[in-house]
Design a binder for this molecule. Sequence first.
Ligand code: DSN
Length: 424
Amino acid sequence: MDHLITNLEQRDPEVAEAIVNEARRQHTHLELIASENFVSEAVLQAMGSVFTNKYAEGYPGKRYYGGCEFVDRVETLAIERAKKLFNADHANVQPNAGSPANMAIYLTALQHGDKVLGMNLSHGGHLTHGHHLNFSGKMFQILAYGVERDSETIDYNQLRQIAERERPKMIITGASAYSRIIDFKRVGEIARSVGAVHMADIAHIAGMVATGLHPSPVPHAEFVTSTTHKTLRGPRGGFILCKQSWAKDLDRTVFPGIQGGPLVHMIAAKAVCFLEALQPEFKIYQQQVVRNADALARTIAAQGFRIVSGGTDNHLFVVDVFARGITGKQAEEALDRANITVNKNTIPFETNPPFIASGIRIGSPAVTTRGMREAEMEQIGEWIGYVLQEIEDQSRQKGVKEKVLQLIERFPLYLSRQRIATPL
Ligand code: DSN
């Protein structure tokens, strides 16, 4: 990407320096945050395009501003590609992120104060599925289902019992830290039996759903929301799929209900992302993501660390580091010093405050994009175990950092070698 920053360097060296330093950080660290990925240069170019200049309130063919013929083209491409990728009736590609995408569903299908049943955040759910500090928890009466204590997999019987007893208006599936297959069909049947709308948030698993590696919720949910920047490997942003019967109401909620002018440059980048995800190579990538997460989880488990639910079926897993006497915060910080980036995460039935947490969440999408495979995962898993076994031992962290720096030399990212080596 050296050529993309040359002009910026002359105009604003301070911002250019921060960008180059961030690219260098991304290159020199092992990125294991499960929700992050590395986009293609094509996606970067679409994001940095002249579409950022354009106001385009409305939808293709029905705009409140003139000069929208090319905006219409690019938004239509994004819509059609999203529909094809997920086999959906209708797509809205305007949500700026996952949170407004979820808000759009609540404001389309619910009234203030309605009951909503979502997954407990500390069991793997998401803030926007009803946390008391989030708009979802403030506007609606939130009920939560969770995982079984023994298997740490979703307790569908509990979900059914709560749904039958409380008759919520909506049931939400989807998670941000759950490593097992979600039975969307089963929840769809429960929702129908109690007269609830089923909304599935596939932000994390969208890449696997798109390629058939995780069952799709599209046939079993009225609404499906997602982000584009996680396993789907696109720009930061959100989108919504829904049944045709909800399409008009949903579009009205997104605009003018929640957002004004859409971010057309981001919609252009979403179109590129959907095209990339429609290619056969994308399925091969997703298969490797799943294999890499499994290899990493097995290697860490083999060193005596407990993996929540015993393993993974997708791109991520959570390690219960507190079972070995260290907190998620300590583990995150120690690994950070070894150039391995993860995030602390609560575990089911958490006993520590969320900012301390008992676990770390680890994901494979970003390192898989760099081209790493099982052999590298086994190596990285051993380094993680080695650092965590003696959390105070800074020489271990330093030694692993040196090995990380050697490993990443074989997997270049964005910057040329010359640029990496030359500080501004
Ligand atoms: N912050 C995202 C994640 O890390 O999973 C979810 O919004």
